[in-house]
Design a protein around this ligand. Structure first.
Ligand SMILES: *Cc1c(COP(=O)(O)O)cnc(C)c1O
Length: 387
């Protein structure tokens, strides 16, 4: 019987019967794994051969992520960024052309502009809303079209099916950074992706205490993904995997609340005189709202607002005294965050000018009324300081 998603979140990667009845998989620490005979060693004829290549603990998480994303198999990396770089290095070589979305996570761009360019990969940025128009940019040597939807900070939702159709017709692979929605709210392989990346650091972990990434591949791209991951020596620590397995079991209930609070904050912010506009894919005012509605089953708690132009002093007055919104990078934990974002240096194919300061907000699991009161007091300080 095919299980529903919320059931899969609870059951995947667990086998109590094989573990003396314990509900959670055991944490295997290990580098050396012994082989009983010369023949078994020579033929690698056992499931685990060396700690770097995985343990029953990592397999439990790999199977969980693969099952939720809906892909063939998953490998784990020590950060979300390492998942991005490992996926790209596994499928690109000197002389290849890479189409990279302009709204990609900043450090993804940095990797392309440094390591990939230095190694002779031709990197071209494209506007996230290009859709089927990507056909006009595909070249005979285009190996990968990289997508991230919605984009970092500016949350453009990409028409993944249209992009994938054009890319596949030209023989290029489609990689998606699926971190914003998590596999709970977007199914990458049903929308044309060949490879899906998660910064597990965010919602899958969910508690702001682990760095980790995942690359999930379809059957066709799996061998090269596994080979690249192995060649680069990527592996993760068993205690971190345990924390992620623990966090993942509540993914569904956490996300529902992040979504609800995020939308409530976004709607309230949309009516504030200090705010020029709100960028949240689940609001009808978002330019890609119809694509989000067509392809996604929910919204996470991360969105941006653009303030009406104000002085830096006024912005500091607002941000410096918030009680519940912390200022820090990353997101996806249980706590609310707010960070001013400067996208000047991380856009080349679209305009970085949004007409005022951009604040990225993560709606945490606190009571929404406390969060609204905190923001309201912040706006009062901003207005007073703006004089
Ligand atoms: C945070 C993030 C990453 C990188 O994850 P780390 O674990 O911080 O390296 C990659 N992509 C997106 C969209 C992210 O938000």
């Amino acid at each position: 019987m095919k299980q529903k998603q919320d059931t899969l979140i609870v059951t995947l990667g667990r086998d109590p019967e094989a573990n003396f009845g314990f509900v959670n998989p055991p944490v295997y620490h290990g580098s050396t794994i012994l082989h009983p005979t010369y023949r078994v060693l020579k033929e690698r004829a056992q499931p685990f051969t060396y700690g770097r290549r995985g343990t029953p603990t990592t397999v439990a998480l790999q199977e969980t992520v693969a099952g939720l994303e809906g892909g063939h198999k998953t490998v784990l990396t020590p950060s979300g960024l390492a998942a991005v770089t490992t996926a790209l290095l596994s499928h690109l070589k000197t002389g290849d052309h890479l189409l990279m979305v302009d709204s990609a996570y900043g450090p993804t761009r940095h990797f392309c502009d440094t390591v990939l360019k230095r190694n002779g990969v031709e990197v071209q940025y494209y506007a996230p809303r290009i859709g089927a128009g990507i056909a006009g940019l595909l070249k005979p040597n285009t190996a990968v079209v990289f997508t991230e939807s919605p984009g970092s900070v500016t949350f453009e939702v990409q028409d993944l099916p249209a992009i994938a159709k054009a890319a596949h017709a030209a023989g290029a692979l489609v990689i998606l950074d699926n971190t914003w929605a998590s596999p709970a709210f977007f199914k990458p392989f049903e929308h044309g992706a060949d490879i899906s990346i998660q910064a597990i650091t965010k919602y899958l972990c969910g508690h702001s205490d682990v760095m980790m990434g995942a690359i999930t591949a379809n059957e066709a791209t799996w061998p090269a993904t596994l080979a690249g991951h192995g060649a680069l020596g990527q592996c993760v620590a068993p205690d971190d995997v345990y924390l992620v397995l623990r966090g993942i079991r509540t993914l569904s209930v956490r996300l529902e609340r992040h979504m609800k609070t995020g939308i409530a904050l976004a709607r309230w912010l949309e009516a504030r005189p200090e705010v020029a506009h709100v960028i949240h894919p689940a609001l009808p005012s978002h330019p890609d709202h119809s694509i989000w509605k067509r392809d996604f089953t929910g919204a996470s708690g991360l969105f941006s607002i653009v303030l009406k132009p104000c002085s830096d002093k006024a912005l500091a007055a607002m941000l410096d005294h918030l009680e519940f919104f912390g200022m820090g990078f990353s997101w996806g934990g249980f706590e609310s965050l707010i960070v001013p974002q400067d996208i000047e240096k991380i856009r080349t194919a679209t305009s970085p000018d949004h007409g005022g300061p951009i604040l990225r907000i993560h709606a945490g699991l606190e009571d929404p009324a406390d969060l609204l009161a905190d923001l309201e007091a912040g706006f009062t300080r901003l207005t007073m300081a703006n004089g």
